[in-house]
Design a protein around this ligand. Structure first.
Ligand code: COA
Length: 172
């Protein structure tokens, strides 16, 4: 069996990306700020815009036997005073593919990509306090907590604290 392939997603990946994103929102709604209800109406053109060839926004995917099984996104802040920061988003591995180090590889690809954005000095993300697997992943990559938003997410009536994390990049 060939090794899983990690690569940057392109507009040609829109259909499986849309499916994986909806699977993620359904399976672990408390792990994401967006919801299935908001995103199931997104069209393939909407999804293509997420992965247009733009150095400042990128999504990486892992393919197992040719099928998209995981993803991680990174996007630079737009406002002039915040362009030194980029955000990690949409980190997800399909359940059957977990525990093989693939989310770590996706995150390393996203971090490496952010490192290539001239002037970006830090990566930020937020993670639900109870999501111990994701928190351990981010900590193992060097992310450090800089704050906590109490009751930052309300998912199906349940309130979740959000841990805010940052990774300093070397900058230029
Ligand atoms: C969090 C998630 C992306 C991890 O994916 P994965 O491919 O299983 O992770 P990896 O195999 O690359 O593991 C990398 C590290 O993550 C941590 N980790 C992963 N699964 C873990 C678990 N069940 N318990 C504790 N730590 C875990 C460990 O530090 C691990 O390193 P190690 O294997 O050297 O101990 C996956 O569980 C997932 O998709 N969860 C649902 C969605 C989600 O929570 N997304 C994050 C939103 S912020």
């Amino acid at each position: 069996m060939p090794d899983p392939l990690i690569r940057r997603l392109t507009p040609a990946d829109a259909a499986p990306l849309r499916q994986l994103r909806l699977d993620a929102l359904r399976e672990t709604p408390e792990a994401f700020g967006s919801s299935y209800e908001e995103e199931h109406t997104l069209t393939l053109d909407d999804i293509r815009a997420w992965v247009a060839t733009d150095i400042e926004n990128a999504m990486f995917g892992v393919f197992i036997d040719g099928a998209l099984a995981g993803m991680a996104g990174v996007g630079r802040q737009h406002k002039l005073k915040m362009r030194h920061k980029a955000q990690i988003w949409s980190v997800y591995m399909a359940p059957a593919a977990r525990g093989r180090g693939l989310a770590r590889q996706l995150m390393l690809a996203a971090i490496d990509h952010a490192g290539g954005m001239r002037g970006v000095r830090q990566l930020q993300l937020s993670v639900t306090a109870g999501n111990l697997a994701a928190r351990a992943l981010y900590e193992s990559l060097g992310f450090a907590e800089y704050g906590m938003e109490p009751e930052g997410l309300c998912v199906n009536g349940v309130l979740h604290d959000e841990r805010l994390m940052t990774l300093r990049l070397a900058g230029d």
